[in-house]
Design a protein around this ligand. Structure first.
Ligand SMILES: Cc1cc2nc3c(=O)[nH]c(=O)nc-3n(C[C@H](O)[C@H](O)[C@H](O)COP(=O)(O)OP(=O)(O)OC[C@H]3O[C@@H](n4cnc5c(N)ncnc54)[C@H](O)[C@@H]3O)c2cc1C
Ligand SMILES: NC(=O)c1ccc[n+]([C@@H]2O[C@H](COP(=O)([O-])OP(=O)(O)OC[C@H]3O[C@@H](n4cnc5c(N)ncnc54)[C@H](O)[C@@H]3O)[C@@H](O)[C@H]2O)c1
Length: 472
């Protein structure tokens, strides 16, 4: 048995673990990083990257079918599904060097490619190496939840871990779950020539603003995706190519089944009880500082911490724990400023409070500003006017924003920065932006807050008249 003593042992080389290891090693800490599978974790190998690559191919295919109003004759795209998957694999391969073992070893990190588990509160075993560390970071991620549906054990199904390897086009993809995974995969597959049915037990995109999520769902239905809501699944059955899903709303039949019903945090096999690390079904029990309440040597980041499950959250967590671990400074992980986006076309993005949450918290003092894409010249030129920004404002400061439309994922960034830094709307209204850009939608919304205060204000009018009388 080899022995390593270090400052920091990071378990898991996904978005969270990689960020912690890179930051800590480059700032002088002795770091060991343990990964049992692919470097890069879920995001690179079976999450964000392959899903966005597939959506990009789908968008390209869709673009060929529209455009008559711009004078471009629509064409039926010929889709080579296996070649689309080659594009997905190439995308992963292009990004992979950034997360590679070699790169991390270049930072001075000792990388061990083994399963890690605690053997005591301050020691981890990985293969034939025992690692004693002053601090540990659990960045062990999550995996697709497989619910105990009747018949699931005998029915072939796909998850995000297998769907990107499928090289033949599913004739009819049934998707259980209308969250971001289900909805992104639904549009990608529909535009790549599959019949798609989404079976959702409650409301699809239920974590988003119901009004703008509802508009998006209507557009997806117009593209030919069947989305059944309030259809709780009672049983599944079938064989490859012939799947049946029984729900309280009826029976659905298709050729393939994708499970997209949420994630579960991986806690078993880690020796958490031996290490006295409290954990539950939602993940490792940590406080605001992401530190275990029962073993003060242990921190958890990313999906393992059981909160919002996004790559940028894992990266943010890394910054929080590095501050505490390396400099002993107090640090808290907050959530109010965390944005997210669903990368459909058009996209749906959120930061801060939704309208309903803001009304609950602020009551009548809340102002909701709406800005349609229809008034944006760039959106008109590109025939992408089917969008809307909803801005929740309290006393001149944004407290939430929801955007449905082209480039929603980029546009939400302005509001993420504004909310994180407590900026006033006047800063955004006063910004000079290039014309014609989609970004002007944000500026216009901020301007709308001030327009009635300036233009419908008798005091302003009186002041202007008075000054004009005296100006030479
Ligand atoms: C289909 C899909 C699409 C997504 N799209 C987006 C998106 O567009 N944007 C976004 O922000 N987020 C997206 N996400 C979420 C994002 O992928 C995750 O939030 C992110 O990967 C979490 O990073 P992590 O480091 O916490 O965990 P992971 O990336 O899961 O990494 C955990 C690592 O720990 C390793 N590990 C676990 N246990 C052990 C052990 N005992 N010993 C050694 N190694 C271990 C695993 O092998 C894994 O590599 C998506 C997720 C899915 C499934
Ligand atoms: N664009 C992005 O950033 C992105 C994309 C994909 C995934 N993700 C991350 O991955 C996480 C997991 O995504 P997800 O879509 O799997 O989970 P989710 O929890 O967001 O959605 C799962 C959906 O499945 C439904 N459901 C659960 N059990 C069901 C059943 N038995 N029958 C029918 N419906 C059922 C739920 O009501 C819910 O709407 C997300 O919360 C997000 O954090 C992010």
């Amino acid at each position: 048995m080899k022995r390593i003593d270090c400052d920091l042992c990071v378990i898991g080389a996904g978005s969270g673990g990689l960020s912690v290891a890179a930051g800590a090693a480059q700032m002088g800490a002795r770091v060991v990083l343990v990964e049992r599978a692919e470097m890069g974790g879920d995001c690179l190998n079976s999450g964000c990257v392959p899903s966005k690559a597939m959506l990009a191919a789908a968008k390209q295919a869709h673009a060929m079918t529209v455009g008559a109003e711009m004078g471009i004759t629509p064409a039926t795209p010929e889709i080579d599904f296996a070649a689309v998957k080659d594009h997905v694999a190439r995308t992963i391969a292009t990004i992979a060097p950034v997360d590679s073992q070699e790169r991390y070893e270049g930072f001075g990190v000792t990388v061990i490619r083994e399963h890690a588990r605690f053997t005591s509160p301050d020691e981890v075993q990985a293969g034939d190496t025992a690692i004693r560390a002053r601090r540990f970071v659990l960045a062990t991620g999550s995996r697709p939840l497989v619910p105990p549906i009747d018949g699931i054990a005998d029915t072939p199904y796909l998850t995000n871990e297998s769907i990107f390897d499928l090289r033949e086009r599913p004739e009819h993809l049934l998707i259980i779950g209308g969250g971001p995974i289900g909805i992104e995969m639904a549009q990608a597959h529909r535009r790549l020539g599959c019949e798609v049915t989404v079976i959702e037990g409650a409301k699809a995109l239920g974590k988003d603003d119901p009004e703008l999520a509802g508009r998006l769902l209507a557009m997806l239905r117009d593209e030919g995706i069947r989305i059944e809501e309030e259809a709780k699944v009672t049983a599944v059955s079938g064989r490859p190519g012939a799947i049946r899903v029984d729900t309280e709303k009826g029976v659905f039949e298709g050729s393939h089944l994708l499970l997209a019903v949420g994630r579960e945090v991986v806690t078993e096999g880690l020796g958490l009880d031996v290490a006295h690390v409290k954990h539950g079904p939602k993940g490792i029990a940590v406080g605001e500082g992401l530190r275990s309440e029962t073993n003060r040597k242990v921190y958890a980041v990313g999906d393992a911490a059981g909160g919002l499950m996004f790559t940028h959250v894992a990266g943010y967590h890394a910054g929080v724990v590095i501050r505490a671990l390396l400099f002993g400074l107090p640090a808290k992980a907050k959530t109010a400023h965390i944005p997210w986006a669903t990368y459909t076309d058009p996209g749906l993005a959120q930061v801060g409070l939704t309208e309903a949450e803001a009304r609950d918290r602020h009551g009548d003092a809340l102002e909701v500003i709406r800005q349609s894409y229809e008034e944006n010249d760039r959106a008109i030129a590109e025939r992408r006017t089917e969008g809307m920004l909803k801005l929740m404002v309290m006393k001149g400061r944004p407290v939430g924003a929801t955007i449905l439309g082209e480039r929603a994922d980029d546009l939400i960034g302005t509001w993420a920065i504004a909310i994180a830094s407590g900026q006033k709307l006047s800063k955004i209204a006063g910004a000079v932006l290039p014309y014609p850009s989609f970004g002007e939608i944000n500026k216009r919304a901020a301007g709308n807050y001030f327009s009635p205060r300036l233009f419908d204000n008798e005091w302003v009018k009186m002041a202007v008249r008075a000054v004009q009388r005296w100006v030479p």
